[in-house]
Design a protein around this ligand. Structure first.
Ligand code: COA
Length: 157
């Protein structure tokens, strides 16, 4: 692990912006779910790399539901942050919004929880810095992440 023992949530926060292009869409003119999943994974990886300052691997992406279609030409906004850092693993939350280009109206498309693991050169798990919780919202998110983690660990793979 790096010599830093703890980092705050803002240290690793990531915002990503994409425009939906023709190659991202299906025959209905809305974005492929798999394209959004890839962006979620990329955003979560960037958050985890910043927090750990090491290599990271995606261990798990919890089920995601696409609530509103995203159309060709829409702007996609991804926002990612660390909810909790355990030993080698971290729960990263990624929210995805679409922005209609002419009105600027924003709608939540999906919310995802990604478990990323800090790894060393051999690709084996290694401890990541702890997370400094500074606000009530951060403490609530960390508590909820711990409950989700227990559930994941108790679910047979
Ligand atoms: C990620 C990987 C290195 C973890 O190795 P492992 O031997 O399975 O890991 P461990 O059992 O030591 O667990 C590592 C961490 O994951 C956590 N973990 C394990 N199973 C979990 C689950 N189902 N849900 C949440 N966390 C889990 C462990 O609790 C541990 O975290 P902690 O140190 O914070 O307690 C390994 O599974 C791997 O290489 N997977 C492939 C990753 C990959 O290629 N991803 C890209 C997509 S294909």
């Amino acid at each position: 692990m790096s010599k830093v023992e703890t980092r705050d949530v803002d240290y690793s926060r990531v915002q990503m912006t994409e425009i939906v292009l023709p190659e991202d869409t299906n025959t209905h003119g809305s974005v492929f779910g798999g394209r959004v999943l890839a962006l979620i994974d990329k955003c979560a990886a960037a958050v985890a790399i910043r927090h750990a300052r090491s290599g990271v691997l995606t261990l798990r992406l919890d089920s995601v539901e696409f609530r509103n279609p995203v159309h060709l030409g829409d702007i996609l906004l991804l926002s990612g942050w660390v909810n909790a850092a355990f030993g080698s693993s971290m729960e990263i939350q990624v929210e995805v919004y679409s922005e209609e280009p002419t009105t600027g109206q924003k709608r939540l498309t999906t919310n995802a929880y990604v478990t990323m693991v800090g790894v060393g050169r051999e690709g084996r798990p290694q401890k990541v810095p702890g997370l400094e919780l500074q606000t009530d919202e951060e403490r609530r998110r960390a508590e909820e992440a711990a409950v989700r983690r227990e559930r994941r660990l108790n679910t047979p793979r």
